[in-house]
Ligand binder design. Sequence first.
Ligand code: PGA
Length: 256
Amino acid sequence: MQKIFAANWKMHKTRAEAGQCSASLANALGAGTTASGALVLVFAPFTCIDVVAGAFAEVPFLACGGQDCYPAAEGAFTGEISPTMLADVGATWVLTGHSERRHVLGEDDALVARKTTFALEQGLNVMLCIGETLEERENGQLCDVLERQLTSVFDAMPDILRGNALAGRFAVAYEPVWAIGTGKVAGQAEVLDAHATVRTLLQKLVGATAVDLPILYGGSVKPTNAAGLMSLDNVDGLLVGGASLDAQSFLQIIGA
Ligand code: PGA
């Protein structure tokens, strides 16, 4: 399966900064073999998507995405953005269900499911983020949380989007909430266990085609731990926040 290295810039970077960083990535990756076959994504702030997409235009395995979208084509939704608007400025991917959307901005499973399904229907590729809080993990609820978060999305998904139709268009990012931005990366045994659980749940939900759906790990990924994480079974890529803001550091992660 094609590996995916994804940067989540969150609420960072002006257009000028985004232009510099994406040009550095495009120059380094477009020239060399660092990424050798991997897909590299940058989830940029809405205001920078056109800049990043422009810088990536010549390199086929580089793409830009939005960090969120609203599940409607248009309408009276002040402050929201539609999948079509994201595509209009050059995004081909969108993140849904990021833990900061769920836990800071109060999105529930039902809204995440609507966003995921609608974005897919509108032609965007989707990276769905799931993961447990520390409290949920300590209460032994890891599997239940992952099952609830995944099932709510697939229950909302029309049959036409399932199975083969998802290949190349859908990825899951497992991000334990307690590991995001904290410097506390999950241990290898924890990552192995969670990713195996996600794979099994996907098999239950979409059948045999689940083997083609990439599962990324996210949460305090750094150049120093990237290779170890990528060596684990069912880890098909990495979603990187803080360490992706600097082009050199993100390039080191991709190279690892
Ligand atoms: P982090 O963020 O790498 O800074 O922990 C990851 C994420 O939120 O996707």
